[in-house]
Design a protein around this ligand. Sequence first.
Ligand code: NDP
Ligand code: HSE
Length: 437
Amino acid sequence: MKSSIKIGIIGFGTVGTGLVKILLQQKDLLLRRLGLPLEIASIADRDIERDRGIALPPGVLCTDAAKIIQDPEIDIVVELIGGTDPAKQYILGAIEKGKHVVTANKALLATYGEDIFQAAAEKEVDVGFEASVCGAIPIIRSMKEGLVAEEISAIYGIVNGTCNYILTKMSEEGKAFAQILQEAQDLGYAEADPTLDIDGADSAHKLAILANLAFGTPVSLKEIYTEGLERVSSIDIDFAEDFGYKIKLLAIAKAANGEIEARVHPTMIRKETLLSTVGGVFNAVYLVGDSAGEVLFYGKGAGSLPTGSAVVSDIVALARNIIKGASGRVPATAFTTPSRKQLPIKAIEEIESLYYLRFMAEDHPGVLSKISGILGENHIGISAVIQQGRKTGGHVPLVMMTHRARERDVRQALSNIDEMDYVSEKTILIRVEGDDE
Ligand code: NDP
Ligand code: HSE
């Protein structure tokens, strides 16, 4: 009979310190919920001199992660260093030693999740990854267990706190992009390399994990069409407002007719929708099931304590299994391995959407009709047009909203339009989610 559950933590940064604070502060609560104490046996980090504002008993901190993996006393290894190497080696090493693993590392899981889950199944240990998607929101456990009866047909997620923080501040306070990104970094929301947030890669990692759980199919990152915030500017945020929309970086996955759509890009959504009201570091995931219908999850998507809380939830889930001598009770990918299918992912050219198009066009008669003519030749109908005096040099923004169109046709039309002399720069395209009006 065990007297405690021993935990080894690799990585004592933003999430690691949040985790340790919660384990120490909520010791009594967690004991009442688990029945055994959770003991921090060891914490490894490259830098153990830095003051992290937490008092630890002597000998807990070390610089050698291998020590944690080799320690026969440790039951659960928590990986919180990020990146793929050496995180993958540490996790596989811990599994090889028969230890259960918790990780918040979505970049690793989106790339090597299948290898890790297979190794864990072979060694009959569990891998918890609640913190890898949407910080404090218990979306992983909900998809694996609470929504087990649901055939999920669509996921729309605001899954990156940094990007949502930036878009919210740009829209509400008109602050400059670089200044807001620095704030997000200071608050511990951004990845060690914030390009992963800004270019949409972090959202794609999370979408790969969610789509896998929703549809029972491996989802390759390479097949997720990904755009980040690079081309979103305040002028488009203002035009979106004029049309009654907000711009959000959405991770979208849909399943229909044995095919999947999986894409991440800035998206205009109607101001009346709940998702459009999700601001700052908050995340939300809107799922469509068949019996449950629409379900919305909302909470803090990043930061030390919200993410630390999700890590603790995995530790307790695994500790409960250890106490009961169980493992592999809930499949890591929500479906049993033999029942998973490789479903094809649609190329972005094949999707259909509504589109917001902003041309920078010469302000003289005939230009509007030339542009709308090319759109018409490519089967693209226009539902609204704005041409205002927001002058930028000799060209003015000409904005159009389209009816539902095929992306292949839109791309063809834009490549023709962007070659014309009366257009000064590459047209801005933002997909619009919603019904045709
Ligand atoms: P941090 O960079 O704040 O912390 C990581 C810590 O691990 C740093 O102290 C780092 O040291 C240390 N480290 C890196 N490599 C090693 C190594 N080989 N051995 C020992 N220590 C090492 O990152 P976060 O805490 O923000 O993120 C950790 C993980 O959690 C990542 O996978 C991230 O994607 C994920 N995550 C983060 C969230 C957040 O809000 N921050 C939310 C959800 C998930 P050094 O500083 O010297 O590099
Ligand atoms: N950098 C991530 C974000 C952390 O901003 O959402 C949470 O996964």
